[in-house]
Design a protein around this ligand. Structure first.
Ligand SMILES: *[C@@H]1O[C@H](CO)[C@@H](O)[C@H](O)[C@H]1NC(C)=O
Ligand SMILES: *[C@@H]1O[C@H](CO)[C@@H](O)[C@H](O)[C@H]1NC(C)=O
Ligand SMILES: *[C@@H]1O[C@H](CO)[C@@H](O)[C@H](O)[C@H]1NC(C)=O
Ligand SMILES: *[C@@H]1O[C@H](CO)[C@@H](O)[C@H](O)[C@H]1NC(C)=O
Ligand SMILES: *[C@@H]1O[C@H](CO)[C@@H](O)[C@H](O)[C@H]1NC(C)=O
Ligand SMILES: *[C@@H]1O[C@H](CO)[C@@H](O)[C@H](O)[C@H]1NC(C)=O
Length: 663
């Protein structure tokens, strides 16, 4: 009886509370869909209409594939709570079609499965009262490996990605058929959340004025049932090369001079709504650079300039996130296949966004809320901001076990044999899709080497290399950011190193090559990128042939089943894996502190968390509770050089250089 009364009182209390909070306002969806849906987003005049009602789009970018699916709802609720009415996302082809003809949309069994249920994401967005702006690529930039294109495309020697090339378009068609069988029913006029669909991405930056290619993509989308508004997205400084002016809505990307940029955009098309598709809230980080930030005052001032223009605006990124595994991309400041200007992106994609990589509300978030109240005349019901348990720094974990990389190579079953060096993509593995991620080892056995012998790698290393002679590391240990200009890294062409100071017979030489990620941006000649070694290897000017090749993909199953662990036998600099277990009783987010390591990767319960690189700026890897479990957890670190005794954690991000490198 008493229990009953409390229950009733609670229902009554919550009921009243709800009324007070909602203020009787409609939800976003109630506002735009009450009375039924007769039309989608319309841009046939200089303002937007949605279902016949005026709308300004206040969007924020959130890449579902960079956040574990168990955290999607939290981030989406926070977006809606700030006053946004739309979420914008890219769709990464290279994760969804991880091998040619093999797909993962959340149930496909790839290592990224828990990040890929795009149907669930879009339905969740709708449940959280947000519309969706969809950017299905096929090229997405996004500082993402190869701009989202699958590495296996490169196996078709003559392929011309991002053009009207029929080989390329056939692959796009095959993939879009799968993708849009899932997404087409989720369009607004079919009762779903997707109100607009982007064609390609910043095509203007290729300076390849190919309108037919953009039209081909539109046709493929239409053939697959896409009926909502199309748009293209470019910095106005690129002119109209990336768009189809007055045929497809053009939108603008920038982070300053709002008036100039929006005036430019409006000059490209007549009687169209004005919308910024990417207003950059911060910026990404590349290795050996500084951690990028954009001040709150600068962020607020440009955002207000856009809102008051007046224009619709989507904030890129609104949700900071993570390039888990080997998924980060790279810039390329050099032309064509010159690898010296590679600027590989860090694992963190925090972006200094209004919601941080770990999901924290920031000052930018609060400032966004204030401006949206001020500028959005349409008042709808907003949820309250969900709270989350505080992060923790777990206790230090003593490293108990080791396997030397040379031991792994020795024991690797079915090493591939090849007369010549083969790039990762061209290996006959993974259902003939090649190697997509990780490291590749080129081993030469039974070779006689003279004292002072010089090894030369012609062309560029793609992207780092460790040289071992009879299992001993001969590459210098990373000690300063200047080392990146020397042998072992991507900047130097035709690089050389002395192999030994003794005459050796029947020696074994290993070249351990790491793929730091493919370029994601620029002109079309910069998209023909193979990884691993692509040219020749010489010793004292003699071309070396007949290699054993070992792909080290660090796939989850392989990581979990690695055998041969032994106690830490050597502290000498040599590439090795280190393993430790730790117990978690209270599941919370944390960071792995990698300040005392030099170069490598961190693996949690089999999943590759991300990269370590002491040249900075990232020195802690975000580890969400979703990747941990109650009870015993396993951490493995692959280190190229020397390891500390313990693995440390941190409650917050750490930026700067590692402990053991100088600038
Ligand atoms: C929509 O906005 C435009 C421009 O402000 C205005 O002229 C028009 O009357 C509005 N339409 C509706 C249906 O409110
Ligand atoms: C191998 O690839 C083909 C298409 O290229 C696909 O049809 C097939 O299902 C794939 N096999 C596996 C085991 O993934
Ligand atoms: C990489 O970082 C440096 C230093 O922060 C910066 O100057 C440079 O512009 C960045 N490169 C790219 C391609 O973003
Ligand atoms: C944002 O606003 C909330 C509510 O007013 C406040 O509790 C929080 O401290 C603010 N956060 C920051 C980072 O300013
Ligand atoms: C590397 O050496 C080759 C052959 O000697 C030469 O053609 C090429 O120009 C060199 N590359 C660079 C970037 O110096
Ligand atoms: C390099 O890594 C990128 C992603 O990081 C992948 O797309 C590409 O296939 C890889 N190439 C090699 C040779 O590993």
């Amino acid at each position: 009886m008493a229990k009953h009364t409390v229950f009733l009182a609670l229902v009554l209390f919550l009921g009243i509370f709800n009324v007070v909070v909602s203020n009787d306002l409609p939800t976003n969806y109630e506002y735009y869909t009450s009375g039924g849906i007769t039309s989608g987003l319309n841009a046939d005049q200089n303002y937007f209409l949605l279902n016949g009602r005026n709308i300004s789009i206040y969007g924020g970018t959130f890449h579902y594939f960079r956040v574990h699916s168990s955290q999607w709802q939290d981030r989406l609720r926070k977006m809606r709570a700030v006053g946004l009415n739309a979420v914008e996302t890219y769709v990464p082809w290279n994760l969804h079609e991880f091998y040619s003809g093999s797909y993962d949309f959340g149930h496909g069994g790839s290592d990224f499965q828990d990040f890929l249920d795009v149907q669930k994401f879009i339905k969740l967005a709708q449940e959280e009262d947000l519309f969706v702006l969809l950017r299905p690529g096929p090229y997405i930039c996004a500082e993402w490996e190869f701009g989202g294109l699958p590495g296996w495309l490169l196996r078709d020697k003559d392929i011309k990605v991002r053009t009207n090339d029929p080989i390329y378009l056939n692959y796009v068609s095959r993939y879009y058929k799968e993708l849009f069988s899932i997404l087409a029913p989720l369009q607004f006029t079919k009762g779903g959340a997707i109100i607009a669909v982007q064609i390609e991405n910043e095509y203007g930056n290729t300076y390849n004025n190919d309108r037919d290619y953009l039209r081909s993509l539109r046709s493929i989308l239409q053939e697959n049932g896409v009926v909502e508004l199309f748009y293209t997205s470019d910095p106005p400084s690129a002119g109209t090369a990336g768009g189809l002016p007055n045929e497809v809505l053009m939108t603008a990307n920038f982070n300053n001079n709002a008036k100039w940029n929006l005036d430019q955009l409006n000059s490209f098309q007549t009687n169209k709504p004005t919308i910024t598709m990417e207003y950059w809230s911060g910026w990404f980080d590349n290795f050996s650079g500084q951690h990028s930030t954009v001040s709150v005052s600068q962020y607020v001032s440009v955002y207000e300039d856009i809102l008051s223009y007046p224009a619709s605006v989507n904030i890129y990124m609104f949700v900071g996130s993570t390039n888990y595994g080997f998924s980060s991309g790279a810039g390329l400041n050099t032309k064509g296949t010159d690898n010296s200007g590679l600027t590989p992106i860090t694992t963190s994609y925090d972006y200094d966004a209004p919601i941080s990589e770990a999901g924290d509300i920031t000052e930018k978030y609060n400032a966004t809320a204030e401006l949206l109240v001020k500028y959005n005349p349409i008042k709808t019901r907003l949820p309250s901001i969900p709270s989350k348990p505080e992060r923790v720094a777990l206790d230090d974990v003593i490293i108990s076990e080791q396997i030397l990389l040379s031991e792994i190579i020795d024991q690797f079953p079915n090493k591939l044999e090849s007369e010549n060096i083969v790039a990762m993509e061209n290996l006959p593995i993974n259902n003939n899709s090649g190697q997509m991620f990780g490291y590749i080892v080129y081993r030469k056995t039974n070779i006689n080497v003279k004292s002072g012998a010089i090894l030369e790698i012609s062309g560029y290393v793609r992207d780092t290399v460790l040289v071992l002679v009879n299992g001993q590391l001969v590459t210098p240990v990373l000690s300063s950011t200047d080392d990146l200009n020397n042998f072992g890294y991507w900047r130097l062409a035709n690089s050389t190193i002395i192999l030994t100071d003794q005459d050796l017979e029947d020696a074994t030489i290993d070249l351990v090559v790491e793929n730091l990620s493919r370029n994601n941006y620029g002109t079309l000649d910069q998209f023909q990128q193979f990884k691993g070694l692509t040219d020749n290897v010489y010793i004292d000017d003699e071309k070396i042939k007949n290699w054993q090749i070992v792909p080290l993909e660090f796939k989850r199953q392989w990581n979990l089943q690695l055998s041969g662990w032994h106690e830490v036998r050597t502290r000498e600099a040599t590439p090795a894996l280190y393993r430790a277990s730790f117990t978690v009783t209270d599941l919370r987010d944390t960071y792995v502190n990698v300040q005392d390591w030099l170069k490598g990767i961190v693996i949690i319960n089999g999943f590759v968390l991300g990269r370590i690189f002491a040249v900075g700026p990232q020195q802690a890897l975000y580890l969400p509770a979703a990747l941990l479990r109650e009870g015993v957890n396993e951490i493995i670190v692959f280190e190229h050089f020397t390891a500390p005794d313990v693995i440390k954690f941190s409650k917050d991000p750490i930026w700067g250089l590692g402990t053991y490198v100088k600038n």
